[in-house]
Write a protein that binds this ligand. Structure first.
Ligand SMILES: Cc1cc2nc3c(=O)[nH]c(=O)nc-3n(C[C@H](O)[C@H](O)[C@H](O)COP(=O)(O)OP(=O)(O)OC[C@H]3O[C@@H](n4cnc5c(N)ncnc54)[C@H](O)[C@@H]3O)c2cc1C
Length: 429
């Protein structure tokens, strides 16, 4: 019979966001629970399930220190650190804390109704609260049926297995020719890494300049010039449409749409990623390609949170939903979700902010730090209208009311009256 393991909390994914849920100031690894040991928790309380073979590590190192020609970063040297103290989270750290680190385990089915996850090797895990932190997968040229894209040495970079393949290919094709497909940050970083490893590097991308989503033409001009001075060739305004391979199946050339053929011993493709949310299709609301959450990173299914790359969350400052693929966001979203879980368990509420914090600020409520239950907030008034609201200590209904205020932007005739009315003003909108 297949094994079943029960946990109070399961974090699905062993990447940057997952480990941040354990090492933020809120410290999920010491979240309240019966019988928690001084340094950790009871077995069966918290698990991280990851398909990777190794404990969580700093993913950005893979496109940087991991590829250095000398003194390259290797595990355990870049396992994730706890906060600013710098302690590396080695596997023993998890066991000392009573956290089950379940590695080499890919979840292939998630049933949110029965709170059950099933792995490819037949194990079943149940949870009370789930944090989804499955991150992103790379977009592959084989996904679009690009001719010859399955040849050997056409490589991608997302995890340490990919990075090891890249290192092996660089050793096998020493001092060879490399073509980098894609002009985003992966393309730029890997072109630099290959050049440092003495490859003859050509970058190819369709846009008029690199990193078009972030860089202006002027900014890109500097970086493209800098790369050219280092001897990196840049081919813009075209794409790879096919590949040639030798009798061993190793790539030998990249065919471009503009008719050019580039010789290649290694090809690295960095054309973007997509959030890994397939397991939850049809079970939870989606937006912007990710799992839609509220401001506390809880999805449309109560008790199921989404953090890191997969979360599509409301960015109230701009009144829109965003998905962000950055380490900093992975950390902050994990911290916010853990705070929300802890607050829910202890019946507390969290501070919330909606709209824009511009114009005159009008403080209301009881902000005495010694008060047993402080509840206070601020309205921001601009051009005679409320454009933003912050509330500390409010109930779910009160937070909904202030969210409505920020959306409606009601006019304010008398700022003093607004201060006195406080939350009553929001209730009337
Ligand atoms: C090479 C590279 C360099 C980067 N450099 C930077 C940088 O310099 N600065 C920056 O801000 N950001 C950088 N990023 C982006 C940053 O690493 C991500 O935004 C961040 O890792 C997101 O964290 P996450 O926890 O959401 O996902 P990840 O860190 O990707 O973790 C997801 C985890 O879930 C696991 N998983 C997925 N599906 C399953 C499943 N079904 N079963 C079990 N486990 C599963 C994965 O194996 C992985 O362990 C870089 C990314 C890459 C790939």
């Amino acid at each position: 019979m297949a094994a079943e393991k029960r946990f109070k909390y399961v974090i699905l994914g062993g990447g940057v966001a997952a480990v941040s849920a354990l090492s933020t100031p809120t410290d999920f690894s010491r979240v309240r629970g019966e019988g928690v040991r001084q340094t950790g928790r009871q077995a069966g309380e918290l698990a991280i399930i990851s398909k990777e073979q190794v404990a969580p590590y700093e993913r950005p190192a893979l496109s940087k220190g991991y590829l250095f020609p000398h003194n390259a970063a290797r595990l355990p040297g870049f396992h994730t650190c706890v906060g600013s103290a710098g302690e590396r989270l080695l596997p023993e750290w998890y066991s000392d804390k009573g956290i089950e680190l379940i590695l080499s385990t890919e979840i292939v089915k998630a049933d949110l109704a029965s709170k059950t996850l099933a792995s490819s090797d037949g194990a079943t895990f149940t949870y009370e609260t789930l944090l989804i932190s499955t991150g992103s997968s790379v977009i592959k040229l084989t996904d679009f049926g690009v001719q010859g894209a399955e040849a050997n040495n056409i490589l991608y970079l997302r995890d340490i297995v990919d990075a090891d393949k890249l290192v092996a290919a660089m050793q096998a094709k020493k001092d060879g020719k490399a073509v980098v497909v894609g002009g985003g940050y992966i393309g730029l970083e890997l072109s630099a890494a290959l050049k440092t490893n003495n490859f003859d590097v050509t970058m190819v991308y369709p846009e008029p300049w690199c990193m078009p989503r972030l860089f202006t033409a002027g900014l890109a001009n500097f970086y493209e010039g800098y790369y050219a001075n280092k001897g990196i060739n840049i081919v813009k305004g075209t794409v790879a449409v096919g590949f040639d391979a030798d009798a061993n199946g190793d790539v030998t050339a990249v065919k471009l749409r503009n008719g050019t053929v580039l010789e290649a011993d290694i090809v690295i493709v960095g054309v973007g990623g997509r959030p890994l949310i397939n397991l939850f299709k049809g079970q939870v609301a989606e937006e912007k390609g990710g799992l839609k959450t509220d401001a506390f990173f809880e999805t449309s299914v109560p008790g199921v949170f989404a953090i890191g790359d997969v979360a599509a969350f409301p960015l109230k400052l701009y009144n829109e939903t965003r998905r962000v693929e950055h380490v900093d966001h992975a950390r902050k979203s994990a911290e916010q979700a853990v705070k929300a879980i802890k607050a829910k368990e202890s019946g507390e509420s969290l501070a919330d902010f909606y709209g824009d914090n511009v114009g005159d600020d009008v403080l209301f409520g009881d902000n005495d730090p010694t008060a047993a239950k402080p509840k206070f907030g601020t309205y921001w008034v601009k051009d005679g209208k409320v454009v933003g609201v912050f509330l500390e200590g409010g109930s779910a209904e009160e937070n909904q009311a202030i969210a409505k205020v920020a959306r409606a932007q009601p006019p304010v005739a008398d700022v003093d009256a607004l201060k006195t009315e406080g939350l009553d003003f929001a209730a009337k909108v």
